[in-house]
Design a binder for this molecule. Sequence first.
Ligand SMILES: Cc1cc2nc3c(=O)[nH]c(=O)nc-3n(C[C@H](O)[C@H](O)[C@H](O)COP(=O)(O)OP(=O)(O)OC[C@H]3O[C@@H](n4cnc5c(N)ncnc54)[C@H](O)[C@@H]3O)c2cc1C
Length: 410
Amino acid sequence: MKTPKIVILGAGYGGLITSRQLEKSLSDGEAEVTLINKHDYHYISTQLHKTGAGTASDDKIALHIPNLLKTNKIHFKKGTVQNVDFGKKKVYLDSGDKIEYDYLLISLGFDVATFDIPGVEENAFKIKSFQSTKAIYNHILRQFAAYKIDSDPSRLTFAVAGAGFTGIEMVGELIEALPNLCRAYDIPFSKTRIITIEACPTILPGFDQEAIDFTTTYFKKNNVELMTSTKIRKCSPTSIDLDNGEVLPSKTLIWAAGVRGNFLLEKLNLPISRGRIPVDEFLRVKGVENVFCIGDAALCMKDEKNALPPTAQVALQQAVLCGPNMIASLRGEPLKPFMYHHKGTVASIGNKVAVGKVFGLKISGSFAALMKQVIEARYLLMLGGPSLIIKQLLKIKKPYTDVSTVSNQK
Ligand SMILES: Cc1cc2nc3c(=O)[nH]c(=O)nc-3n(C[C@H](O)[C@H](O)[C@H](O)COP(=O)(O)OP(=O)(O)OC[C@H]3O[C@@H](n4cnc5c(N)ncnc54)[C@H](O)[C@@H]3O)c2cc1C
């Protein structure tokens, strides 16, 4: 009998942890598994804001995928998925390669939603991938270097669109990074501005009032200008137009105002809802045979009206079930339904403080920051065991002033 082929698209949170499950539970020779990802590194998406501000070294955020695979049960293939023919059961890569599958997992993650606001797609910097956040950092360094020559204040005005989870985390890293950059470039810190622009009347939607108050006070203490109930009308490389008529001269708009499913999903000829692929209770794509979808790419309903949010926590829990469900499918065994258990949410504001709720307990300040590190360590434990945690802890941050050679693609 032919060995069944399992193909996983995307080595993010969902794809990698599913691979881990398959490594653990597949018998030798039971299936051929191929993991396909755009790059040969896995980036820890929940820490991309640190790459954007240069507050973590690259090797803490981007991990070489072949090193993360423990056994030879998974074959890694670097490639960009262009399309899938669900009738022929083939995945098409931009290299021209065609990969056959019997069982497919779509875990291609998120894209940034810019809501067709003029100029955002072309001019704003996105927190989307390792490359895109590296581009933010390189741009910031260039602004500091150029300010030394022309003293243009718009170079040191850093605006972040969106005061939700990601936006707040990005601002927190900027608060930490800018004083160090000022020292490195010998520029008075008073010349820098951080502006948060949020369309809603409040920051951190979904968080408790205590968390909102803590963050607002922390921002004030650190001179962050907070503009709530303010919409961005358009942006250019040098300015941001607001709906209150104000035009902010700034060469840096960091977009943290929304995510959606990967744009590629719309090309796949599958039903799409809210930019994501609806899945059934077993995490299978409705209407196609042996195709699963998890993480930010999947629209997984919490109840009749509400979908689960696009978070790593959801992707990880789905991955832990998806691996066994894929194996159950190929063995002809019954599949288990997905049940989500919300353990809490913690948003970091730099390295030293955070806010959130864990197991129903409201936390803020340095204890919350410690909890955030525990959450991050738990992921590393799932990914590579205690040795990966130690390896990551030993990695040392390099100085601030080197413009990286990683592409500047926004
Ligand atoms: C700054 C930031 C902070 C966050 N903080 C938190 C947090 O604290 N807690 C939390 O629960 N969630 C958080 N999230 C959300 C979390 O990161 C995502 O929900 C999670 O990454 C989703 O996992 P995924 O596997 O679906 O996608 P991803 O982890 O995004 O992985 C998708 C993978 O697919 C690859 N890929 C994409 N397109 C292609 C293609 N065409 N061909 C081949 N490969 C492709 C990508 O390179 C990537 O490796 C945060 C997100 C951001 C941006």
